[in-house]
Design a protein around this ligand. Structure first.
Ligand SMILES: Nc1nc2c(ncn2[C@@H]2O[C@H](COP(=O)(O)OP(=O)(O)OP(=O)(O)O)[C@@H](O)[C@H]2O)c(=O)[nH]1
Ligand SMILES: [Mg+2]
Length: 342
């Protein structure tokens, strides 16, 4: 009797042992699967976001489909330098840039400053976005210096952190809308999980006409556009609709065109000859609901250390459109804003 009981116990222990070994083995296998999955995602991510040059799209139009003022850099630049806001209540027009992480928002601001200063500069910190997380965290106004210290051109720029889809990472859509209305204080550090509320110290209860945004610019990376998640595109569309409701003019700057098309990388003057870039612009228009005539391709300074006239012309052409849009807005829209921000 005693012997049978001991045998039974041994059997139970044996079974328990087998069970826990199976559990350990299963956990181990699951860990390996998860590790392999992460590894594949990481390799794909590196491939997508680091080197995204597609297989040589070479089809070209016979002539440029959009007239570009090549060789007229100085004329456009002078016109911009002479710009005075068309509403005496407004000292500076405010251009707001947003878009996916690593799209080139900060690079664009640096580029604009460089063209005005006549040499490459870095006022907005830009970074390579391989980690998939935004480098720009704070709400900061970037001003373009005008020779003497403390004197600026009447065009200011704000960029925000990228629009990653998962909450906990990208800027909250409602915070962009807060910024459009002028509610976000300088230096405010965005909290991706909870947007600003009236009680927060970073909230401007009664924004002035100058705190408000006068032109919304969506910065879209041509080479990564196809890989953007629907959630990010949706955020951009929502912001665009909110801006449209407030009457804020909008445009898209298509960046990283050199990474998207080898013809453009070879010679920037191919920009309006490349069928591939036109396709990208049409896709962008369909995704965001912005007409193609409000989409302007730009190649930001990336590896270059000296200014390049063709790059500057594309940028200045885009900047002229931004300034014209913003100026129309400040001239025609009643600028008084209620404490509710409507
Ligand atoms: N080849 C190329 N690289 C670019 C271009 N624009 C930006 N880059 C590079 O892309 C990377 C990201 O640029 P950023 O200007 O930091 O992008 P961002 O949109 O400010 O990014 P976050 O602040 O992190 O959201 C940097 O390594 C830039 O040098 C471009 O037109 N062509
Ligand atoms: Mg940035």
């Amino acid at each position: 009797m005693m012997q049978t009981h001991t045998k039974k116990n041994i059997y139970i222990y044996y079974q328990r042992g087998v069970k826990s070994s199976v559990n350990i083995a299963l956990t181990l296998i699951w860990d390996i699967i998860e590790y392999l999955r992460d590894l594949i995602l990481w390799i794909t991510g590196m491939w997508l976001f680091k080197s995204t040059t597609p297989p040589i799209p070479t089809a070209v139009f016979e002539k440029e489909w959009r007239i570009t003022p090549w060789g007229q850099k100085e004329v456009i630049l002078q016109r911009l330098k002479d710009y005075v806001p068309g509403n005496p209540e407004i000292k500076s027009i405010r251009v707001f840039l947003h878009g996916p992480v690593g799209a080139g928002k900060s690079s664009l601001i640096n580029f604009i400053n460089s063209v005005f200063q006549g040499h490459t500069t870095s006022i907005a910190l830009a970074d390579s976005a391989i980690a998939g997380e935004s480098f720009t965290k704070k709400y900061q106004t970037h001003k373009i210096g005008k020779g003497k210290h403390g004197i600026y051109y009447p065009i200011v720029f704000n960029d925000v952190m990228g629009l990653e889809e998962s909450s906990g990472k990208g800027v909250h859509k409602d915070d962009i809308i807060n910024a459009l209305k002028g509610h976000v204080k300088e230096g405010h550090k965005f909290n991706p999980v909870s947007p600003l509320t009236e009680e927060d110290p970073g909230y401007i209860k009664i924004p002035s006409s100058e705190d408000r945004v006068h032109c919304l610019v969506i910065v879209m990376p041509a080479d990564k556009m196809a890989f953007l998640r629907e959630g990010v595109i949706q955020k951009m569309r929502d912001v665009r609709l909110a801006a449209a409701d407030m009457g804020i003019p909008q445009m898209v700057i298509l960046t990283r065109v050199d990474e998207a098309c080898p013809l453009v990388k070879k010679d920037l003057k191919n920009i309006y000859l490349s069928k591939y870039i036109k396709e990208k612009m049409e896709q962008c228009s369909a995704k965001l609901g912005v007409p193609v005539n409000c989409i302007l391709p730009v190649k930001n300074y990336h590896e270059e250390i000296d200014l390049n006239e063709d790059m500057d012309v594309l940028l200045l052409r885009a900047l002229r459109q931004m300034v014209d849009f913003a100026d129309d807005f400040i001239k025609n829209i009643p600028l008084k804003i209620t404490p509710q921000g409507n």
